[in-house]
Design a protein around this ligand. Structure first.
Ligand code: ADP
Length: 759
C-alpha cells in the first residue's frame, strides 16, 4: 500500500524530488538518446527497406507521367497547329475571295465590250465590204479609240475565216491586221454563236492576255468575230508583291499567271496527250512543246480542302499551306499558298506550353508534396515530442511518487537543507520525531524549534560542523526537544546534496531516533550494575563465611595475643609485651585488610580506571576465593607472567570478572573427583594485549549452549542467574577488550580475557 503523504509536505517533496529527479531523468535521457537514434535509423531503414518495389513503382509512375506529358504536348501542339491553320486558312480564303473578285471584276469590265462594239454599223459594214479601205480605216480608228478608252491591249475584228480585218493596233508593227486566228478557240466559239473566253500568249506579240470574243451577226448569221485582248499584268504584278504565292491554272493544270515566275507554264498535274495536243493546236502558250510539272510535293487529305506543299524557293525548302478555288465560269483554278511556319511554330508553341504546364504542375506537385511531407514530418515530430513529454512527465511522476513513497515510508527522519541551513525538505518521519509539521520546518533557518534548550551550544557547533562540511561518516549524537516537551535522542548523519548540474546545493541529513536504544542501554547498564551488585551480594553470602573464617583466625589470634599481652604487662615483661602488641597490630591490620577488601568489593563504586597490575588482580581474587577453593577441594595452578605492564582498568570490576570465571570453572567441575578438580589461571602478553586465561577440566561448553553463552539470564544451573558471563563481557568490552572461550582438546573450557596494554 502506498504511504500517504501529508499535504503540507507535498510541495517540499516535489521541490526536492524534482531536483533529484532531474538528475535521474537527464541520465535517463542520455541513456535513451542512443536507442532513440537507433529507432529513427530503423525507421529510415524501413522506409528504404524495399527499394526494389518503391523505386520500380515510382519509375513506373514517372514513365506514365512522362508519357502523359508527351501525349498532352502532342495534343496541345496539334490543337494549336490546327487553330493556327484555321486562322491561316481563313486568311487564304479572304485572299482568294479578294483575288477572285479582282479577276471577275476585270473580266466583267471587258467581257461586254466585244458584244457592244460588234453592234456598231461600221463593224458590220466592214464585214460586208472588207475591201473598202476608207471603211477599214474608220473601223481601225474606231477600234483604236475604243481600245484606248477601255484600256485593253487590243480590240480587233475577224471575218468568218478568222482573218483580222481591222484592229486597234493597226498602226503598230505587231498589228493583228491580216493575221488569221481561226485556230483560236475564242474564234471558234464566237463563230458558233457564243461568247469566246480564252487566256493565251499572243501569237503576234508574244504577250499573254485574256481573249474575249463576241459573234458579229448579220441578220441571223455570224459574219465575223470581235475580239478584245486584256492584259492581266497588273493583277500579276500585284500578286508578285505579295509574299504568299498566288497563281492561276487553266483547265489542264498549267500555271499561266502567278507570282512565282519559275512555276509559270508548268503543270500542277501530268498532262494527257490529247490535252497537250489541244494546247498545241490552239497555240495557247506559244510554241511550247512540253510542260514540265512543278517541283513540289503535295500532301492532300480527302477530308480537307487545304493541303500542304513542300518545295524549294530561292534554294530554301519551304512548307506552304495551300488552298485551291475553282473559278468554273473561267475553268480556272485560283491557288493561294501561305507559309506553314506559323502553323509549325504554333504546334511547337503548343507543345512547349504543355510541357511548361506539366513542369509547372510537377513543380507545384513537388512543392505540395514537400509541404505535405514536411507537415507530416512536423506532425510526427510533434506527436513524438508530445509522446516524449508524456513519457517524461510519467517518468517524473513515477520518480516523484517513488521518492515520495520512499520518503514517506522511511522511519528514519530525512531533512534536506540548502547551503545556508534553510530546510527545503522534511519527511513525515522527521515530523514525527520532532513533533513539528513540515510547513513549520520547511523554510526554517537555524536555530530550529526542536533544538534542546540545554544543548544550544552543542547544536550550534554541530550545525556549523555540518554546514562547513566537517561532519564524519559516523554522524553525531544530538539530543532534541520534542514539541510536547520530552527529550528525544537522535543520531544525525549528513551528506552533501548535489544537484543535476553537479553543483553542491545543500545538505541531506538522516535523523535516527535512538531514544529507545538509549533507554535500553541505560536499563541494561542499570541492570548490569544491579546484577553486579546482586552477584556481589550473592557472593557476599559466601564471602560472609569466608570473612568469618578469615576473620575468626585473626580475631582469635587477637584475643589470645591480647590475653598474653595483659599477662606480660602484669608481669612487667616489657619486651614480650612489645612483641605481642606487634603481633596484635599485625593481626588487626590483616583483619582490616580482609574487611576492607570485602567492603570495597561489595560497595557500589563509581567505575574508574587506574593503573592496575593484572597479576595482582588474579592474586587478590584467588586469595579471596581460597575458602571456596579449599571447600571444593580443588587445585588452582597459576602461571603468571612477571613482566606484564600495568594496564588501565577498574580493578574491582576486573577482579569480579576473574572471580566469576574462576567460580564458573569450579562449578563446572563440581561433579568431578577432587583429584580432577584443577583450575589453571594464566596471564601473559600477546601483541598489544595482555590476557588472563582460566582453564578448567570440566565438561566444556556444550554445542547447544555456545550460541547463548553470553545471553543474559541464560544458565544451566538450578540456582544460577545467567548473568555472570554477560556482565563479564560487558565489563571487558567497556575496557576495549574482548572475552573469548574455547573447549580444550583434552576436555574442559578455556575462557580468555584480552585487555589492551594501553587504552
Ligand atoms: P551462571 O553461572 O549463573 O549460570 P554464567 O553467565 O556465569 O551464569 O554462566 C552461564 C552458563 O555458562 C552456565 O550456566 C554454564 O552452563 C555455562 N558455563 C559458564 N562457565 C562454564 C565453564 N567453565 N564450563 C562449562 N560451562 C560453563
Amino acid at each position: 500500500m502506498a504511504p500517504m503523504l501529508r499535504p503540507s509536505s507535498c510541495a517540499s517533496v516535489a521541490a526536492f524530488g524534482t531536483r533529484i529527479g532531474l538528475m535521474d531523468n537527464d541520465q535517463k535521457k542520455q541513456g535513451k538518446a542512443q536507442p532513440m537514434t537507433t529507432d529513427l535509423a530503423a525507421v529510415e531503414r524501413t522506409d528504404s527497406s524495399e527499394p526494389g518495389i518503391g523505386s520500380l513503382r515510382s519509375k513506373l509512375l514517372w514513365a506514365l507521367y512522362v508519357l502523359a506529358v508527351v501525349v498532352l504536348a502532342w495534343l496541345a501542339g496539334e490543337w494549336n497547329a490546327r487553330r493556327e491553320k484555321g486562322i491561316q486558312i481563313d486568311a487564304i480564303h479572304r485572299t482568294i475571295e479578294v483575288q477572285a473578285l479582282g479577276l471577275r471584276g476585270t473580266v466583267a469590265r471587258y467581257n461586254q465590250i466585244p458584244f457592244v462594239t460588234a453592234q456598231h454599223a461600221d463593224i458590220k459594214a466592214l464585214l460586208q465590204s472588207p475591201s473598202d479601205k476608207a471603211l477599214t480605216n474608220r473601223v481601225n480608228r474606231f477600234l483604236q479609240a475604243t481600245s484606248r478608252q477601255v484600256g485593253s491591249d487590243a480590240l480587233y475584228l475577224m471575218d468568218s475565216r478568222g482573218v483580222t480585218l481591222a484592229a486597234s493596233n493597226w498602226l503598230e508593227t505587231e498589228s493583228f491586221v491580216g493575221d488569221n486566228y481561226s485556230f483560236r478557240p475564242y474564234f471558234l466559239d464566237a463563230m458558233a454563236g457564243h461568247d469566246g473566253f480564252f487566256f493565251a500568249i499572243g501569237t503576234s506579240t508574244g504577250v499573254p492576255g485574256l481573249f474575249m470574243t463576241a459573234p458579229v451577226r448579220l441578220g441571223d448569221e455570224v459574219a465575223g468575230v470581235l475580239a478584245i485582248k486584256v492584259s492581266l499584268r497588273d493583277i500579276e504584278d500585284a500578286w508578285r508583291r505579295s509574299k504568299d504565292p498566288v497563281f492561276l491554272t487553266d483547265a489542264h493544270g498549267i500555271v499561266f499567271l502567278g507570282s512565282i515566275e519559275a512555276w509559270k507554264y508548268k503543270t500542277t498535274r501530268a498532262l494527257q496527250a490529247d490535252e497537250l495536243a489541244w494546247v498545241h493546236k490552239h497555240r495557247q502558250y506559244g510554241e511550247r512543246a512540253s510542260f514540265a510539272p512543278i517541283e513540289w510535293k503535295q500532301n492532300r487529305e480527302a477530308s480537307e480542302a487545304s493541303y500542304e506543299t513542300r518545295t524549294l524557293m530561292d534554294g530554301k525548302p519551304q512548307q506552304l499551306l495551300s488552298l485551291d478555288e475553282n473559278l468554273p465560269e473561267f475553268q480556272w483554278t485560283l491557288t493561294v499558298m501561305t507559309d506553314l511556319a506559323p502553323v509549325n511554330w504554333a504546334r511547337w508553341m503548343g507543345r512547349a506550353l504543355a510541357v511548361l504546364l506539366a513542369l509547372v504542375l510537377i513543380l507545384a506537385f513537388k512543392v505540395a508534396q514537400q509541404r505535405e511531407r514536411r507537415y507530416i514530418e512536423m506532425r510526427r515530430h510533434r506527436s513524438e515530442l508530445e509522446k516524449r513529454v508524456l513519457e517524461r512527465t510519467a517518468e517524473l511522476q513515477e520518480s516523484h511518487a517513488f521518492r515520495k513513497a520512499m520518503g514517506d515510508s522511511l522511519l528514519v527522519g530525512m531533512r534536506a537543507r540548502d547551503l545556508a541551513g534553510r530546510m527545503i525538505y522534511v519527511n513525515p518521519a522527521l515530523c514525527d520525531i520532532t513533533g513539528y509539521r513540515a510547513d513549520e520546518l520547511v523554510g526554517h533557518l537555524p536555530p530550529y524549534p526542536y533544538w534542546h534548550p540545554d544543548d544550544l551550544e552543542k547544536h550550534w557547533q554541530d550545525n556549523d560542523a555540518v554546514l562547513s562540511g566537517k561532519t564524519t561518516m559516523n554522524g553525531f549524537e544530538s539530543r532534541i526537544r520534542h514539541r510536547d516537551g520530552h527529550d528525544v535522542y537522535t543520531m544525525v548523519y549528513s551528506a552533501p546534496l548535489i544537484d543535476s548540474t553537479g553543483k553542491h546545493s545543500g545538505w541531506m541529513s538522516s535523523v535516527v531516533d535512538i531514544t529507545e536504544q538509549k533507554r535500553a542501554e541505560e536499563q541494561q547498564r542499570v541492570q548490569a550494575a544491579k546484577m553486579q551488585r546482586t552477584g556481589r551480594l550473592a557472593t557476599l553470602g559466601e564471602m560472609a563465611s569466608t570473612l568469618a573464617h578469615e576473620l575468626s583466625q585473626p580475631l582469635m589470634a587477637l584475643g589470645s595475643f591480647a590475653g598474653a599481652a595483659r599477662a606480660y604487662a602484669d608481669r612487667g615483661h616489657r619486651e614480650l609485651l612489645n612483641e605481642t602488641l606487634s603481633d596484635i597490630s599485625e593481626q588487626a591490620q590483616r583483619a582490616a585488610e580482609i574487611v576492607g577488601r570485602i567492603r570495597g568489593f561489595v560497595r557500589q563504586q563509581t567505575p574508574g580506571f587506574q593503573d592496575c597490575a593484572v597479576n595482582d588482580v588474579v592474586s587478590n581474587v584467588l586469595a579471596l576465593m581460597r575458602p571456596e577453593i579449599r571447600h571444593q577441594q580443588a587445585r588452582v595452578i597459576t602461571q603468571l607472567d612477571a613482566h606484564l605492564p600495568a594496564i588501565q582498568a577498574d580493578r574491582v570490576l576486573l577482579e569480579q570478572v576473574v572471580l566469576n570465571l574462576v567460580l564458573n570453572a569450579l562449578q563446572a567441575m563440581q561433579d568431578k573427583y577432587p583429584v580432577d578438580k584443577q583450575v589453571r589461571v594464566q596471564t601473559g602478553a600477546q601483541d598489544d594485549m595482555v590476557f588472563i586465561r582460566v582453564s578448567d577440566r570440566g565438561p566444556g561448553i556444550a554445542q547447544p549452549v555456545v550460541a547463548q553463552l553470553f545471553e543474559p539470564f541464560f544458565t544451566t544451573k538450578p540456582d544460577g542467574l545467567g548473568l555472570g558471563l554477560n556482565i563479564c563481557r560487558t565489563t571487558i568490552e567497556s575496557h576495549r577488550g574482548r572475552l573469548e572461550f574455547e573447549n580444550a582438546p583434552q576436555g574442559g573450557a578455556i575462557f580468555t580475557v584480552y585487555l589492551p596494554k594501553s587504552l
